[in-house]
Design a protein around this ligand. Structure first.
Ligand code: AMP
Length: 489
């Protein structure tokens, strides 16, 4: 089977863009889907984000659209020909960014529309004429109703992350949107699972689709090192600090199950010296994008988030994901740890399991078909405990927010009892590393995948940090990408 992009005979502008991205070999979903889409067949693909799925549909669609390419500035010469629907704003932004990169040397225009933002700038973009429109369903309907876009020349539709679109309740919106489109078209549906609902959707809207499955839908990336530690609720923050310190890690995602818990934890961790941002459903779109940008630039150490807020975020190769709370839904475990070890890079996923979480862990075991070993976590004895309200407990007294009862910073306090061999290490030093070096690439507004030469701040930081040297950079070779598709059992 073809494995190199050079064997695909892509149009020169597309081949140039792919070469510039640094892709050498195709990922399994690309190997299988690109030839099928080039032939103009419908596809039903089981592939998760992080497998190279976007290029798997975007490149062949752009290739097919090259026959319409023209340099005219008239909007009428650039009707919407491909519509890509996604469940969340973040995913829509990511996919649109990738499409723009693949199409950058062509005259095919693209745009993205999603809710939670002013419609005006989106309308201006649409009115210029775009061949590829990436959208979330609700906002697209708003634009259709406002007559900002016409979809009667659509030839290609991609329903990406279709399972999540159904989960969120987008089915009626999808049905309405699809009713506006020409019947004669190519439809591609991607989903992490082929549930009965997805199969029903496919049978209504796809014609003789070719089914492509690149990995077991529930397989967790095998490159992710997974640990489940038995930790009391009160000790979780202390455990988090300790693991970050021991592993020499600067940045991580920390998942919690509730909005309230998310905001509270973020505040506590901030007090304890970690630059932390909370990402939950109550945050506006603008706040979410700002938080993501700050994380990418290395201005934020921890992104404390709920599942809803983190759905589909493509922040590549985050060194670690912490499940501060074990997720209620086992499938969310797979989505959460998908943030680390993306596209073959190695990653760490740590779950803190309280005694009441046993049933949830059993659900994860069942889903992954893997026995989960609960590990004890040995705490550094000489590190003070951190209690629920951000207090530090050195075994005798409780101090709040790193200060003693008398307001003197704990670091400057003499030890309470002389223990010479441990004296230096008795002092509580909140986990804090020097600010990561700025990467000019990440100073651009939300340009996630612009160049494979650019590195997220955590990766630049890793260079100077021997404890992180095991973390691989973005993966380019086939061997490493292939590792993602091994099943975990
Ligand atoms: P996706 O699954 O489309 O979100 O892609 C995940 C990441 O893999 C994106 O950042 C892509 O830029 C990257 N990627 C896609 N295809 C390849 C490839 N053939 N080789 C290396 N990286 C790739």
């Amino acid at each position: 089977m073809t494995s190199s992009f050079s064997n695909l005979s892509l149009a020169e502008p597309l081949a140039r863009a792919v070469a510039e991205m640094g892709y050498e070999t195709m990922t399994p979903i690309q190997e299988q889907a690109i030839p099928v889409v080039l032939q103009g067949k419908d596809v039903m693909g089981a592939a998760q984000t992080g497998t190279g799925k976007t290029a798997a549909f975007a490149l062949p669609l752009l290739q097919r659209m090259m026959k319409h390419e023209n340099a005219s500035t008239s909007p009428a010469r650039h009707p919407v020909r491909a519509l890509v629907l996604l469940p969340t704003r973040e995913l829509a932004v990511q996919v649109a960014e990738q499409v723009k990169l693949y199409a950058k040397y062509t005259n095919l225009n693209s745009a993205v529309v999603f809710g939670g933002m002013d419609m005006k700038p989106q309308t201006l973009e649409l009115k210029k004429g775009v061949e590829v429109l990436v959208a979330t369903p609700g906002r697209l309907l708003d634009h259709i109703e406002a007559k900002n876009t016409v979809l009667n020349q659509v030839e290609y539709v991609v329903l990406d992350e279709a399972d999540r679109m159904l989960d969120i309740g987008f089915l009626p919106d999808l049905q309405r949107i699809l009713s506006y489109l020409p019947k004669q078209r190519i439809t591609l549906l991607f989903s992490a699972t082929f549930s009965p609902e997805i199969k029903r959707l496919a049978s209504s809207y796809l014609q003789d689709p070719v089914t492509i499955e690149v990995a077991r839908s529930n397989a967790a990336a095998s490159t992710v090192e997974q640990h489940f530690y038995a930790v009391n609720a009160d000790d979780k923050r202390r455990a988090l600090h300790q693991i970050l310190r021991q592993r020499g890690m600067k940045q991580a995602f920390v998942f919690v199950n509730s909005k309230l818990g998310c905001a509270r934890l973020a505040r506590s961790l901030e007090r304890e010296g970690l630059k932390t941002t909370a990402l939950h459903g109550d945050k506006s779109q603008d706040e979410r994008l700002k938080a993501l940008e700050a994380f990418k630039k290395g201005e934020v150490d921890l992104l404390v988030c709920t599942d809803v807020a983190a759905r589909g975020l493509d922040i590549k190769d985050v060194p670690a994901v912490f499940n501060f709370d074990v997720p209620f839904n086992a499938e969310d475990y797979v989505h959460r740890i998908g943030r680390t070890g993306r596209a073959g890079a190695s990653g760490l996923a740590v779950s803190f399991v309280a005694s009441s979480d046993t049933r949830l862990v059993t659900d994860i075991e069942k889903l992954l078909s893997t026995k989960i070993e609960l590990e004890p976590l040995e705490f550094d004895e000489d590190r003070p405990r951190i209690s629920e309200q951000g207090r530090i407990n050195d075994g005798r007294r409780m101090y709040r927010d790193g200060e003693g009862e008398d307001g003197v910073a704990l670091e400057s306090r003499p030890p309470l009892r002389e223990r010479p061999e441990r004296r230096e290490r008795r002092e509580y030093t909140p986990y804090r590393q020097p600010a990561a070096p700025r990467d000019p690439f990440f100073d651009q507004p939300y340009e996630a995948n612009a160049s494979t030469n650019s590195q997220p701040a955590w990766e630049s930081a890793a260079k100077d940090n021997p404890a992180r040297s095991a973390m691989s950079a973005n993966i380019k070779t086939k061997k490493k990408v292939a590792a993602l598709f091994k099943t975990s059992n």
